[in-house]
Design a protein around this ligand. Structure first.
Ligand SMILES: NC(=O)C1=CN([C@@H]2O[C@H](COP(=O)(O)OP(=O)(O)OC[C@H]3O[C@@H](n4cnc5c(N)ncnc54)[C@H](O)[C@@H]3O)[C@@H](O)[C@H]2O)C=CC1
Length: 299
């Protein structure tokens, strides 16, 4: 099975490239800018056709949540029009597309974890552009699996785990918001789940479960709880540690509003594919260990 992922150095793409190397019968190839630029739709069809994939994973995106408020045209060009073109390229080759989307399609006002049929109501440009992307992907390729994930971290790229470890190296105390709840999700687990689902889609050409699925780490916490776990784990492995102080969203204003509740129920994915993410603490321990013990820091 030849799987093509968009974006080379993104967290999910880098995790898929690493996972593919360890799995027999799976070849993962990545394409990114300049050959494939989601802001330039003309580059997309040929770049994907040239790679001759069995499955396309659409992981590249405009992910700068605050900057998107100032660059709505670019965010929509990449996350909506570009994502739709990627799905169209897969459709032209007669292959499925697995597209990554986000918890930010919701406004966070629900009391429980979000399920796939809950009404969407993005709070900002990034979430709105990703929602438009879901719609573009669905209409361009009927064989689409849209995976909404959240709070992604990994040994690669930029993420919250790396930020906490960097800050702890210089400070005694770090203030972190404690009133936004979600499921920390390791991109290594997302890659494993994608390879698992892709294998099923590839083997079963009549697969009937296309559509939207939520895919996030098991268990929940808030950003402060996540930070505390990262730093306590770091200390255990000889890395930096700092005290974590709780603050509220009001104390830490950002350009784009964030949902207070980002929790996603991944039950549908579990039932469809027989795959459940490990407990978030376990997955975070593995990534923190890799980072503080000088393992792959990625690009
Ligand atoms: N990081 C997170 O916490 C979350 C991410 N997601 C979604 O998951 C997917 C993967 O996220 P990450 O791997 O964390 O993203 P990332 O920010 O680590 O990587 C994004 C990749 O997209 C590429 N890219 C940006 N603009 C591009 C363009 N015009 N043309 C081609 N490539 C372009 C970048 O070069 C980078 O390789 C994205 O679709 C994102 O929206 C969803 C929820 C949470």
């Amino acid at each position: 099975m030849r799987l093509l992922v968009t974006g080379r150095d993104g967290q999910v793409a880098a995790s898929l490239l690493a996972a593919g190397q360890a799995r027999a019968g799976v070849e993962v190839v990545a394409i990114g800018r300049p050959e494939l630029d989601l802001a330039w739709p003309d580059t997309i069809i040929d770049a994907i056709a040239g790679a001759k994939p069995d499955i396309v994973v659409s992981a590249a995106a405009y992910t700068a949540v605050d900057q998107a408020e100032d660059e709505p045209d670019l965010a929509f060009a990449v996350n909506a029009t570009g994502a739709g073109k990627v799905a169209e390229a897969a459709a032209r080759l007669g292959v499925p597309v697995i597209h990554l989307s986000t918890d930010y399609v919701f406004d966070g006002t629900k009391a429980d974890a979000y399920i796939e049929t809950d009404p969407t109501a993005p709070l900002g440009v990034y979430g709105a552009s990703k929602l438009a992307g879901e719609q573009a992907v669905a209409s361009a390729n009927p064989r689409h699996l849209i995976l909404r994930t959240a709070w992604v971290y990994s040994p690669f790229g930029k993420n919250f785990v790396k930020t906490m470890l960097r800050l702890a190296a210089d400070r005694d105390e770090i203030s972190v918001v404690s009133d936004q709840w979600g499921n920390p999700t390791s991109a290594l687990d997302v890659a494993d789940a994608i390879l698992h689902a892709a294998t099923m889609l590839h083997r079963n050409k009549d697969f009937a479960g296309f559509g939207i699925c939520h895919l996030a780490g098991s268990g929940e916490t808030n950003w402060s709880g996540f930070a505390g776990h990262i730093l306590d784990t770091s200390l255990k492995f000889g890395g930096p540690w700092a005290r974590v102080g709780d603050i509220t969203t009001m104390d830490y204003p950002t350009k784009a509003r964030r949902p207070a509740n980002s929790r996603l129920s991944s039950a549908k994915f579990g039932a469809a594919f027989g795959w459940t993410a490990p407990d978030w603490q376990k997955s975070a321990r593995e990534v923190v260990h890799r980072l503080v013990s000088g393992g792959s820091n990625g690009p």
